[in-house]
Design a protein around this ligand. Structure first.
Ligand SMILES: [Zn+2]
Length: 254
């Protein structure tokens, strides 16, 4: 069985390599399939044997083979995260269509999180088609009761829309981005409405901790904007693994 675990990790890391391309090219609105990856510094195409997830970064000691320009540690980090997620999801769901759907969902969240981190935007091209596609996948492949998914989709979009509306009404400035609203609709439509309690709770807790820490370190005022997408994404992935435990905890406490 260890063979399958190793294989799922390698599969995930290879997909992570593609996610790196998506993270850099989707905001720039360039093709994600052509041309082949080049060194951003010297423009030399990256050799196939220098394109091995994680390993190439270590072998090349974080530098381009041609010009020696530093390669960001984020490339292997994203490959590692994607590889580990593939391994964990595979351990949970086994070799199945359900595994594949959850893995694609996690992969889309990784791309969204890092694009949001870099540019403070969540591209509609990911979240908008994601809403119906993951809703249908939840109902027909994951077999989540359709009402649970539909309420998740509507409440996910609606709750943040309401918060954003009230916030703007009071402060007269835009708080929650429209991208976050579409993202939460996508998450709720795929994971069901119960996940929203968990996702909103933990993303705002983590967001507050990071936000306050950043404010103290950078000595900046509240205008210092921290993108919310990465927190929503991380909480949604956490729900996949700890959601059941969380719900059981809620039920038995009361
Ligand atoms: Zn180079």
């Amino acid at each position: 069985m260890i063979f399958f675990d190793i294989f799922s990790f390698i599969f995930g890391a290879a997909v992570g390599s593609f996610l790196n391309v998506c993270i850099y090219r989707i905001p720039a609105e360039t093709s994600i399939v052509k041309p082949a990856s080049r060194c951003p510094s010297c423009g030399h195409p990256i050799r196939f044997y220098d394109n091995i997830p994680i390993l190439s970064f270590l072998i090349l000691r974080a530098g381009c083979r041609d010009c020696g320009a530093k390669i960001s540690w984020r490339y292997p980090l994203i490959e590692l995260i994607t590889g580990l997620l593939a391994l964990l999801l595979f351990s949970k769901f086994g070799l199945s269509l359900v595994f594949l759907v959850f893995f694609i969902f996690a992969a889309v969240l990784i791309v969204i999180a890092f694009i949001d981190l870099d540019h403070q935007i969540i591209p509609d091209i990911l979240s908008l088609p994601g809403i119906p596609v993951f809703f249908l996948a939840a109902v027909f492949i994951v077999k989540l009761p359709w009402l649970e998914a539909l309420i998740g989709l509507l409440v996910g979009g609606g709750v943040l829309l309401a918060i954003a509306f009230v916030y703007e009404l009071i402060t007269k400035r835009e708080g929650m981005g429209g991208g976050d609203i579409k993202l939460l609709a996508m998450i709720g439509g795929f994971l069901g409405w119960k996940s929203l309690i968990f996702v909103l709770l933990f993303s705002s807790l983590a967001g507050a901790v990071v936000g306050i820490t950043a404010m103290i370190i950078k000595k900046q005022d509240t205008k210092y904007a921290i993108p919310f997408g990465p927190f929503l994404s991380a909480a949604a992935v956490a729900w996949i693994f700890w959601g059941e435990v969380f719900i059981r905890f809620l039920i038995y406490r009361n």
